[in-house]
Design a protein around this ligand. Structure first.
Ligand SMILES: [Fe+2]
Ligand SMILES: [Fe+2]
Length: 134
């Protein structure tokens, strides 16, 4: 992943979520129903735990401006409500639907990392002044 965050734990979690989505996409068409269900459940859990980890960092560990916190939390909520919720209702018998769901999750997460997570850098230790744009 080209985007890096000034926090090793976050970078590690981003890499591991992307790896998980890549392998889900790879085996999506050949795995059986129970395996797919299992993989999607793990992807969802992993992303939700990651959101909690980030929210701890920007609200507690390195409190960031309220405006940014609100924007970031809202985008996590949007991803959960619009995309992760679709995992529960997806037709697991349709390889096409599973493939497009995985693609949709991947795109949403990578856009979120580029557009929202990356903004944390300027507020993290070693980052620029909170008032400045990177
Ligand atoms: Fe993230
Ligand atoms: Fe985030």
């Amino acid at each position: 992943m080209e985007i890096t965050i000034n926090d090793k734990k976050i970078d590690y979690e981003h890499a591991s979520i992307m790896q998980m989505l890549d392998s889900a996409a790879r085996i999506g068409r050949s795995a059986d129903r129970d395996d797919i269900k299992d993989i999607l459940k793990k992807v969802k859990e992993h992303i939700v735990i990651h959101f909690v980890d980030e929210e701890f960092i920007f609200t507690r560990q390195h409190p960031m401006p309220a405006e940014y916190v609100e924007l970031h939390v809202n985008d996590h909520k949007r991803i959960q409500n619009e995309i992760l919720l679709a995992i529960d209702t997806a037709d697991l018998d349709s390889p096409d639907e599973i493939a497009s769901l995985i693609r949709e999750i991947r795109e949403a997460i990578s856009r979120h990392i580029r557009e929202v997570d990356a903004q944390m850098n300027r507020y993290l230790p070693g980052g620029e002044d909170a008032q400045e744009e990177r």
